[in-house]
Ligand binder design. Structure first.
Ligand code: UGA
Length: 435
C-alpha cells in the first residue's frame, strides 16, 4: 500500500516522514513548488527536532511531488494535511480542504480513501463527499475517513510514532481494514468510531487542554493576590489521577497554530449547532488577557516603559520549535514598542520567523545571545522556557544589567537560586523576591 500526503506543513511533513519510517512508500504533495524543490534537496521548511535525521534515513521511500495526478495514480490512501486557518470571525477557513477535494474528484479513476488529518469542524467529511460527487467527471469509487493527528510541535516525531491513542472515524469495513494495516506496527490503542465522533474528538481534545491552561492561569491570578503558590497548587491538583499535572503550567498563555484557532473555531461550531459553548469563550478571553497582565507587571516594577531596555528571552510560542504563530511574544513586544520601550530580543531558533512576522521596527534589536540581550537592560522578560535560559550564568547577567529585574512569563527559573543573587524576580502566580 502506498500512502499519499497532501499538504506538507508541520502535520503533513511529519506524517509523510513517519509513515516512511514505518516502511510505507509515501508520496508527499504540496502546491508550493519551491517547498517541493527544497525538500528534494533535503532542505526542511521549518525546525522540528529529529525530523531532518528521520527524513534523511527514509529519503528513498518518500517522493516529493507537486502534481495531483501523480499523487492519485500512485496512492491508495490520501491524508489531507492542508491548512485550516482561522477566518476573521473565528470559523475555520476550509477553502484548502474544498480545493483538495475538487482536485481529487477531477482526477481519480480508481478507489481512493481520503483521510482528514488536519483539524476540521464536525461534518467536514460530509462536505468533502458532496464536493467529490459534484466535481467528479464520472461515477467514482471513493470513501472519506477521519484520522486526526495529536502531535505537538517540538515532540512531533515521538507523538506520531508513539501516540497515546489512534483515533479513526470510518464508514465501512473496507476502510477500517485499511487503517488496521496502516497502524499494524504502532503500539497504541486504536479507537474506531463514526466520522463525526472522530472529528469532534480532535477539537474536544485541544479545547480541553486549552481549558486546563486558562484554568490554571485564572488560579495563578488568585495566588498572586493572596500570596499562594500556583506551582504547588498545580502539583497537588496534578497528583489526583483524574486531573493530571500536564498542561497546568501558568504563565503568559497558550499560543501556536492550534489552540488559539481551535478554541475559537470550536466555540463557533457549538454556536452554529445551537449549543451553548460559552465556557470556551471564557477560555479564550482568559488567554487573551494574559498579555495585558504581563505588561502591567512590567509597569508595576518599572513604572514607565518609554526608553526602558528589555532583554526579551524567547520568541517561539514554546520551546523546541522555531514557530512564532500566535506566539505571546508578538503581542507583548508590540505593546512595549507602542509605548516606546526598546526590546533586545533573542531566541535560539525563532529569530528569522519572528523578524518575518513582526516586520522591521527600530525599537526591536535582534541579538545573537542571551547575554548580549542583557547588556544595559532594565529587565529580562522570559517568554519561552528554553533550557539555555534556565542554565544561564545569572551572576554574570546581573553585572550586565542596568537594573536586575526578571519577569518570568513561564515560571522556569529556580526562585531560591535567583533570590540568592538578589534579583528582583517576578514570576507568575507565585511568590517572587525583592519587590
Ligand atoms: C497542540 C496539542 O497539544 C497537540 O496534541 C495537537 O496535535 C496540536 O495542538 C494540533 O492540533 O496540531 P502544539 O500547538 O504543538 O500542540 O503545542 P502544545 O504543546 O500543546 O502547546 C500549546 C501552547 O500552550 C504553547 O504556547 C505552550 O506554551 C502553552 N502551554 C502548554 C501553557 O501555557 N501551559 C501548559 O501547561 C502547557
Amino acid at each position: 500500500m502506498n500512502l499519499g500526503v497532501m499538504g506538507l506543513g508541520h502535520v503533513g511533513l511529519v506524517t509523510a516522514v513517519c509513515f516512511a519510517e514505518k516502511g510505507f512508500k509515501v508520496y508527499g504533495m504540496d502546491k508550493d513548488k519551491n517547498r517541493i524543490e527544497n525538500l528534494k534537496k533535503k532542505v526542511l521548511p521549518f525546525y522540528e527536532p529529529g525530523l531532518k535525521e528521520l527524513l534523511l534515513k527514509n529519503f528513498e521511500k518518500i517522493h516529493f511531488i507537486s502534481e495531483i495526478k501523480e499523487l492519485i495514480n500512485n496512492t491508495d490512501v490520501i491524508f489531507l494535511c492542508v491548512g485550516t486557518p482561522p477566518l476573521p470571525d473565528g470559523k475555520a477557513d476550509l477553502s484548502q480542504v474544498e480545493d483538495a477535494s475538487r482536485e481529487i474528484a477531477k482526477n481519480i479513476d480508481k478507489y481512493v480513501l481520503i483521510v482528514e488529518k488536519s483539524t476540521v469542524p464536525v461534518k467536514t467529511a460530509e462536505w468533502i463527499k458532496k464536493t467529490m460527487k459534484l466535481y467528479a467527471r464520472k461515477d467514482v469509487d471513493f470513501e472519506v475517513a477521519s484520522n486526526p493527528e495529536f502531535l505537538r510541535e517540538g515532540s512531533a516525531i515521538k507523538d506520531f510514532l508513539e501516540p497515546d491513542r489512534i483515533v479513526v472515524g470510518v464508514e465501512s469495513e473496507r476502510a477500517q481494514k485499511i487503517f488496521e494495516e496502516i497502524y499494524r506496527d504502532f503500539n497504541a490503542p486504536i479507537i474506531f468510531t463514526d466520522i463525526e465522533t472522530a472529528e469532534i474528538i480532535k477539537h474536544a481534545s485541544n479545547a480541553f487542554l486549552a481549558t486546563k491552561i486558562s484554568f490554571i492561569n485564572m488560579i495563578a491570578d488568585l495566588c498572586e493576590k493572596t500570596g499562594a503558590d500556583v506551582m504547588k497548587v498545580a502539583e497537588a491538583m496534578g497528583l489526583d489521577k483524574r486531573i493530571g499535572r500536564e498542561f497546568l503550567n501558568a504563565g503568559i498563555g497558550y499560543g501556536g497554530s492550534c489552540f488559539p484557532k481551535d478554541v475559537k473555531a470550536f466555540y463557533r461550531i457549538g454556536e452554529e449547532h445551537g449549543v451553548d459553548f460559552n465556557l470556551l469563550k471564557c477560555v479564550d478571553k482568559i488567554n487573551e488577557q494574559r498579555i495585558e497582565k504581563f505588561v502591567s507587571k512590567i509597569k508595576k516594577v518599572l513604572w514607565i516603559i518609554k526608553d526602558k531596555v528589555f532583554a526579551v528571552w524567547g520568541l517561539a510560542f514554546k520551546p523546541g520549535t522555531d514557530d512564532v504563530r500566535e506566539a505571546p511574544s508578538l503581542k507583548i513586544i508590540k505593546r512595549i514598542v507602542e509605548e516606546k520601550g526598546i526590546c533586545k530580543v533573542y531566541d535560539p531558533y525563532a529569530m528569522n520567523n519572528f523578524k518575518r512576522e513582526f516586520g522591521e521596527n527600530e525599537n526591536v534589536i535582534y541579538v545573537s545571545d542571551l547575554y548580549e540581550a542583557c547588556k544595559s537592560s532594565h529587565a529580562i522578560l522570559i517568554l519561552t522556557e528554553w533550557d539555555e535560559f534556565k542554565n544561564a550564568d545569572f551572576r554574570k547577567i546581573k553585572e550586565l544589567m542596568e537594573t536586575p529585574i526578571i519577569i518570568d512569563g513561564r515560571n522556569c527559573l529556580d526562585v531560591e537560586k535567583i533570590k540568592e543573587l538578589e534579583f528582583i524576580y517576578i514570576p507568575t502566580g507565585r511568590k517572587g523576591c525583592g519587590f
